[in-house]
Design a protein around this ligand. Structure first.
Ligand code: ZN
Length: 505
């Protein structure tokens, strides 16, 4: 009954339109809006999101999904039509479980959280944030209770960001990751902070010049000036208003070149995923990444596996000399490579290098899981945080601002989100190993700033599927197997073993 499917398609397309418009308003809020617009903007976004949600959970959507069962049975499960029905039904059944009043409570609390968190962070006072965190956890328990068949409560939260992934599976992966990383990081920490001859990205780099550097670099990755934008934002993000209208943001730090360059390459990786989805899936719930973890695998791949590679540094160096001559006059490619790969245990996740980053994530996952299972009370988080940082990274947390208050996620109600960062790291290395064997001249291409074959490989093997398949199947299609930490550990040991002699031991 294609008539049934047409009506379903139209309905889902309108809902998707509402969501993208809400996203565009949020993009505007972060990049253009004068501060006094905040109050009205919150109402505008809430209205659009409510309309989209109501229209989606409506019984009529259910009726159309029911009518589409025939299409689903007739078509191959890999077809766009069957995938649309399957994914939309899963989303619908999940959304219907949550009572509207609870959904509104969750949304309202999340909207209020940011200012409470910002104030607590400014005062470095976890106690100021504590009542908010307690309220959020109570709401999350009510949310978890909407899915009584799920055994581990953390699975419910994780599923919102990494569909189908279980907390026990993450715990197993993270144990292997931790066992590999802790000794590697300890060896790095025992060496001088600066490997011999490393270039410094610290200095004086005017924003205009940094912007011109990005205008030279990003198009090599696939940024299309006719279909993309780059704006400034305090917390960089990427948002595809549509597949042909991709909004990137970055942050400029005049005294450190690495901030804008690597955050822009990271967000460009997200943008390429959004732009690379099959156009046939546009204006549908399939027009998005398979999961946040798979999305992060794409951003990390461009930021780190490309951006911090030796060949890419040799492409980058002449551009740096052109823009910032004096600062890079005496620097050679090897020094630049060493300079962009400095590693050191530190307090802040967002400033962490490749070797230490995942340990920050593992700590958050363990604390969240204990909080949700009520093995840890919110008041005890700062102490548990300090103990974890000591154990995993060997650093002492001086205050809450550099400890349990540093991330915005909990203030936005996003519990279950953190693991996706490390899952993205793990998957990025698996995908990288696979694509390197398919593209034997990749190093030469990166050194020439020629990244078209790389982008096409990712589009063909990852991007084009959008949300047709879950993260597990999307990864399996790209690399031929399940998620595995071995390639990521191999990559880090090889890289840092060479940079910090003996670190591979
Ligand atoms: Zn990201």
């Amino acid at each position: 009954m294609s008539g049934g499917l047409d009506a379903l398609r139209t309905r889902l397309a309108e809902i998707e339109d509402l969501r993208r418009v809400a996203g565009l308003l949020l993009w505007d809020q972060q990049t253009q809006m004068p501060p006094r617009g905040a109050e009205a903007r919150a109402e505008q976004v809430a209205t659009l999101e409510r309309l989209a949600h109501e229209r989606f959970v409506d019984a009529e959507t259910g009726r159309l999904l029911e009518a589409a069962r025939a299409v689903e049975a007739r078509e191959s499960p890999e077809s766009d039509a069957a995938s649309l029905v399957r994914v939309a039904r899963r989303d619908w059944e999940k959304a219907r479980r949550v009572p509207a009043a609870l959904a509104a409570d969750l949304a309202r609390t999340a909207a209020l959280g940011q200012s409470v968190w910002a104030e607590a962070l400014a005062r470095s006072d976890f106690g100021h944030f504590l009542p908010f965190l307690e309220r959020t956890l109570a709401l999350k328990h009510r949310y978890v209770a909407c899915f009584p068949e799920v055994g581990d409560p953390y699975d419910v939260l994780l599923d919102d960001f990494e569909p189908g992934m279980r907390a026990a599976e993450v715990a197993e992966l993270f144990t292997a990751l931790r066992d590999g990383l802790v000794p590697l990081v300890a060896t790095i920490a025992a060496h001088p902070a600066q490997p011999e001859g490393a270039a410094s990205l610290h200095g004086d780099f005017p924003e205009d010049e940094q912007r011109r550097l990005l205008e030279a670099v990003l198009p090599r990755l696939g940024y299309d000036p006719e279909g993309w934008r780059l704006d400034r934002a305090v917390h960089p993000f990427a948002f595809p208003a549509s597949q042909r209208d991709v909004r990137l943001t970055t942050r400029f730090d005049r005294s450190y070149l690495g901030t804008a360059l690597y955050s822009a390459m990271h967000e460009c990786g997200h943008g390429l995923y959004g732009a690379g989805i099959d156009p046939a899936l546009a204006r549908s719930p399939l027009d998005d990444g398979a999961s946040l973890g798979v999305h992060e695998s794409q951003s990390r791949l461009y930021e780190n596996l490309v951006g911090r590679s030796r060949p890419f540094c040799s492409f980058l160096l002449p551009l740096l000399r052109e823009r910032f001559g004096a600062a890079f006059a005496g620097v050679d490619e090897e020094a630049l490579y060493r300079g962009v790969n400095l590693a050191r245990p530190s307090l802040l996740r967002v400033e962490a290098d490749e070797a230490t980053y995942s340990l920050h994530v593992i700590l958050r996952f363990e604390l969240e899981r204990d909080l949700v299972a009520e093995r840890l009370t919110p008041a005890d988080v700062p102490e548990a945080w300090s103990a974890g940082m000591r154990e995993l990274l060997g650093v002492e947390v001086p205050d809450d601002a550099h400890g349990a208050l540093q991330d915005v996620h909990w203030s936005e109600g996003m519990l279950g989100y953190f693991p996706t960062y490390a899952l993205g790291n793990i998957m990025s290395a698996q995908i990288w190993e696979r694509l390197r064997s398919d593209l034997p001249d990749l190093d030469g291409q990166m050194a020439a700033g020629e990244l078209t074959a790389l982008r096409e490989w990712l589009r063909e093997h990852v991007h084009r599927h959008g949300r047709k398949f879950g993260p597990r199947e999307t990864l399996a299609r790209a690399v031929g197997g399940p998620i595995d930490v071995a390639p990521y550990l191999r990559y880090l040991r090889a890289k840092y073993g060479e940079l910090y002699a003996h670190a591979a031991a």
